[in-house]
Design a protein around this ligand. Structure first.
Ligand code: AMP
Length: 190
């Protein structure tokens, strides 16, 4: 099973992706988490990415794509994965379609059709409340506003992108965590 979690910051992608990964026994791959590890370990990538993350901008594709390829090559990712926070713009989505899925579809069990994309839908005012309550380092009001703007400009177009490919499943994320998880289990048929 291969899943992509779309949705604005604060929609609950991380929480729900982790739950579903446990249920489906596949890795939860969060590009934000990987980047935060690089920042805290002060790797070369972490040092390059930090300023973008602190200001709510996307980290440049050239830094992200290598990092994702590297992670997907690990042994636990060979039978499926949940991507959380990637792709984040159309060129990253093209990369998934042209590079990641083509490489993997050599194996018979996995074909392009297996990809499901989940859009967690949550109204803006709820997102801001949730993000302010979360208190992560990049959860300041100004950065939050910029992250939501970046989401609308660069990531939201992926809703149409995957809708056109008939891979999109929208789930109402403005419910209790358990209700959202139940809805997601229906989408992935477990
Ligand atoms: P997240 O934890 O998914 O909210 O990501 C935190 C920050 O990491 C974002 O605001 C971006 O600066 C950066 N980031 C995470 N994933 C990506 C991605 N796929 N492309 C570019 N930047 C990313």
């Amino acid at each position: 099973m291969r899943l992509i979690f779309l949705g604005p910051p604060g929609a609950g992608k991380g929480t729900q992706a982790a739950r579903l990964a446990g249920i489906c026994q596949i890795p939860h791959i969060s590009t934000g988490d990987i980047l935060r590890t690089h920042v805290s370990q002060q790797t070369d990538l972490g040092q390059k990415a930090k300023a973008y993350m602190d200001s709510g901008e996307l980290v440049p594709d050239q830094l992200i794509l290598d990092m994702v390829v590297h992670r997907l090559e690990e042994s636990d990712a060979q039978d499926g994965w949940i991507l959380d926070g990637f792709p984040r713009n159309v060129s990253q989505a093209d990369f998934v379609e042209n590079v990641v899925l083509n490489a993997e579809s050599n194996s018979e069990e996995m074909s392009q059709k297996d990809l499901r994309v989940i859009n967690l839908d949550v109204p803006d005012e709820i997102l801001v409340q949730r993000l302010l309550a979360r208190g992560r380092q990049d959860d300041h009001e100004e950065t939050i506003r910029r992250r939501l703007q970046v989401y609308r400009e660069q990531t939201a177009p992926l809703i149409d992108y995957y809708h056109e490919r008939q891979q999109l499943h929208s789930v109402d994320g403005n419910r209790s965590m358990d209700e959202v998880t139940e809805a997601l289990k229906t989408v992935v048929s477990v």
